[in-house]
Design a binder for this molecule. Structure first.
Ligand code: FCB
Length: 470
């Protein structure tokens, strides 16, 4: 029999500012790199942008009520940097902060715990024009912005996350270029990874000095659960290389205060890593109160294929002629057989189990939180307007059963956040991929909870995993 979830386990849903807010030019907000990128022809499917998104900026109260009705106990959202500090420098924009004050007040009034992410990929365009994450200065700017948000919301938000998925910011943003700002420069990607790490460390320092002692601070990583296609030594070495570039480049400095030696050796033909300055590793290694992990699907790799011309793509992300894997461009990625979601990502809950057990060993004593997990399917309303998504219920059930197994085997997991509360702008895929537990009709902006939303609400209210049927 699987164990129950621990008392106090947080059941939440997650979103991100650019994916839901819209109101892109309101209240003094200036463009972020995602505004620029999505307006560049050919970058986002169908030419979709986040200009309106799901209009959450204007429908905030309704969306919080919806969460209250479902019975979820926590909500992970992100603050839009260009909404609260338009140029990424200088004084805060109070009306931008007011939106988040009102959001947090609404959440608390419904008994929902706010979990605030400072950076979910929407760098102010002006900071990108000044060099973006490959420039060291951006880390400093990020810490200043963290302090601004902490001063404004520290009295009512206890759970804080610095960065969401820095791997995507660095390697999809500056390596393969399938995410904003769309640069394709492997050295810039490595520099960006370091400055994201440094920005995290500086931001934790800024948060600790501005927040009350009860505040809990974390970061959300999307570690790749990388598996070797076979026992051949070449496949194992490919696994090691991708593990270094996807995972240890963040976990190393964040948790141990050092970059892995094999990563530095693998990339030596590109850079001498002199952008890492004296005390950076100790700045990056800050005490965390918990670690956020986002999981969707594992990756399977085999030995480099020298004839490979186009770079391998990150499992499920749009193909690119440029690789997100500096100096490991020719590693071969395989699509494992079996069930897949609408993203083409394989359904494999054992990866989530492995991830939780891995970080239990890597970071003993550090509580874990699953800050994203979920699946896209081609949901369509029935004639009576209801939306049935049995595949999503099965996906969630199997992954939560894996979480239960991990807890039974010693993982200290404190919460789970379903990606996503509602359908939204799925980055380079635009509005074509639906991850929501709540269906959004993009013509009318009407919200319709899918059957998975009711199923998940039942779980959140009882703490018991319901059978995988609506
Ligand atoms: C993650 C992102 C999130 C969403 C999901 C599907 O990589 O953090 O915004 O796009 O993937």
């Amino acid at each position: 029999m699987p164990v129950s979830f621990p008392p106090g386990f947080l059941w939440g849903t997650a979103t991100a500012a650019y994916q839901i807010e819209g109101a892109a030019a309101e209240g003094g907000r200036t463009p972020s790199i995602w505004d620029t990128f999505s307006r560049t022809p050919g970058k986002v499917e169908n030419g979709d942008t986040g200009d309106i998104a799901v209009d959450h900026f204007h429908r905030r109260a309704e969306d919080v009520r919806l969460m209250g009705d479902l019975g979820v106990g926590a909500y992970r959202f992100s603050v839009s940097w260009p909404r609260v500090q338009p140029t990424g420098r200088g004084p805060a924009l109070q009306c931008g902060l007011d939106f988040y004050r009102a959001l947090v007040d609404d959440l608390l009034a419904h008994g929902i715990r706010p979990v605030l992410t400072l950076y979910h990929w929407d760098l102010p365009q002006e900071l990108e024009s000044a060099g973006g994450w490959p420039a060291r200065e951006t880390a400093q700017r990020f810490a200043e912005y963290a302090g601004i948000v902490a001063d404004a919301l520290g009295d009512r938000v206890e759970l804080w996350t610095t960065l969401n998925e820095p791997w995507c910011s660095a390697f999809l943003g500056y390596g393969s270029g399938v995410h904003a700002p769309g640069r394709t420069d492997p050295v810039a990607a490595l520099r960006a990874a370091h400055h994201l790490n440094l920005g995290h460390g500086l931001a934790v320092q800024a948060l600790r000095s501005a927040l009350p002692a009860r505040a809990q601070i974390s970061v959300s990583l999307n570690p790749s659960v990388v598996r070797a296609a076979s026992d051949a030594p070449g496949d194992h070495d490919a696994r090691r290389r991708i593990d270094a570039l996807a995972n240890r480049i963040f976990a190393g400095p964040l948790l141990k205060g050092a970059y892995p030696q094999d990563l530095i050796a693998d990339t030596a033909s590109l850079t001498d890593w002199s952008f890492v300055q004296g005390s950076d590793p100790s700045v990056i290694r800050q005490r965390l109160d918990w670690l956020g992990l986002n999981y969707y699907a594992p990756a399977v790799v085999s030995a480099p294929d020298p004839d490979r011309r186009a770079g391998p793509r990150r499992d499920g992300h749009a193909p690119s002629d440029h690789s997100p894997w500096p100096a490991s461009e020719q590693v071969v990625f395989h699509q494992p057989p079996g069930e897949r979601t609408a993203m083409g990502w394989s359904v494999d809950p054992s990866g989530l189990y492995d991830l939780l057990l891995h970080y239990t060993r890597e970071a003993p004593g550090l509580p874990l939180m699953i800050t994203e997990n979920g699946a896209a399917y081609d949901d369509k309303p029935a004639v009576d307007g209801t939306v049935h998504d049995p595949d999503r219920i099965r996906y969630l059930h199997s992954h939560l059963a894996a979480v239960q197994r991990a807890i039974a085997d010693g993982a200290d997991v404190r919460g789970y956040f379903l990606w996503s509360l509602m359908d939204n702008f799925e980055w380079s895929y635009g509005y074509g991929k639906r991850f929501g537990a709540v269906y959004v009709d993009y013509e009318t902006q009407a919200r319709v909870p899918k059957s998975s939303a009711h199923w998940y609400g039942r779980l959140a209210r009882t703490g018991e995993l319901p059978p995988p049927v609506a």
